[in-house]
Design a protein around this ligand. Structure first.
Ligand code: HEC
Length: 137
């Protein structure tokens, strides 16, 4: 009886570990278009690409604009303004991974908006920026 339970436990563990191991290789859980819809719905208005471009390229009182790290236009690899580290292109047409992981997009929006605007971006601002980025072809 005890052996069977031990066996079952290691089996469960192996399955759990296998699942964990494959997680980072998995494709994202969403698409750029779906996230644009999500933020537009939250904002109650469709994203506005022109406003998004202005937000993206303009400093908002701080040292950096979004373009300081992501480049302008963000169709090529960017370069972190303080560390110099390369950043994959932000425009979805030039980076298949961009905006395909909801948690990842949320995390970076939170962090980068705090760096640039000293606050989080609103849903409307996220929809605007993504509308701009999706339009880059
Ligand atoms: C100080 C440098 C810096 C600034 C300024 C910056 N970003 Fe970023 N951003 C990064 C880095 C680094 C990443 C992660 C890129 C990677 O892992 O390849 C990132 C990733 C992102 C992502 C995640 C994209 C995805 O893969 O889904 C979004 C969205 C984003 N930035 C939006 C913005 C916006 C909007 C602004 C302006 C308000 C901004 N960023 C300003 C450095 C910056």
């Amino acid at each position: 009886m005890k052996t069977l339970r031990t066996l079952m436990t290691s089996f469960t563990l192996a399955v759990a570990l296998a699942g964990l191991g494959s997680a980072p290789a998995m494709a994202g859980d969403t698409t750029a278009a779906a996230q644009l819809q999500r933020w537009s719905a939250e904002a109650g208005a469709p994203g506005n690409a022109a406003k998004g471009q202005t937000l993206f390229t303009t400093k908002q009182g701080g040292e950096w604009s979004c373009a300081s790290c992501h480049g302008q236009p963000p169709t090529q690899p960017g370069k972190h303004a303080s560390t110099g580290k390369a950043i994959d292109p932000l425009a979805p047409a030039f980076n298949a991974r961009a905006f395909t992981d909801a948690a990842r997009a949320d995390k970076w929006f939170r962090r980068n908006c705090k760096d640039v605007l000293s606050r989080e971006c609103t849903a409307a601002e996220k929809a605007d920026v993504l509308a701009y980025l999706i339009n880059l072809k």
